[in-house]
Design a protein around this ligand. Structure first.
Ligand SMILES: [Zn+2]
Length: 55
């Protein structure tokens, strides 16, 4: 079985990129979250999606 380091790297990068940041409290939320799990604010932004689009 070949070592799929590149795939692991890509997966890790995707995992890193696929979450949302709360604009109010700055906590991490899942990509599917519509509201912050901490403060229930709806002001979420996507994290670094531009990086993922480059590759
Ligand atoms: Zn929040």
């Amino acid at each position: 079985m070949p070592i799929t380091d590149v795939m692991k790297k890509q997966l890790a990068q995707r995992r890193k990129l696929f979450f949302k940041i709360c604009l109010k409290c700055g906590s991490k939320n899942s990509i599917s979250a519509t509201r912050c799990r901490k403060c229930k604010s709806g002001d979420l932004r996507l994290k670094n999606r531009a990086l993922a689009a480059k590759k």
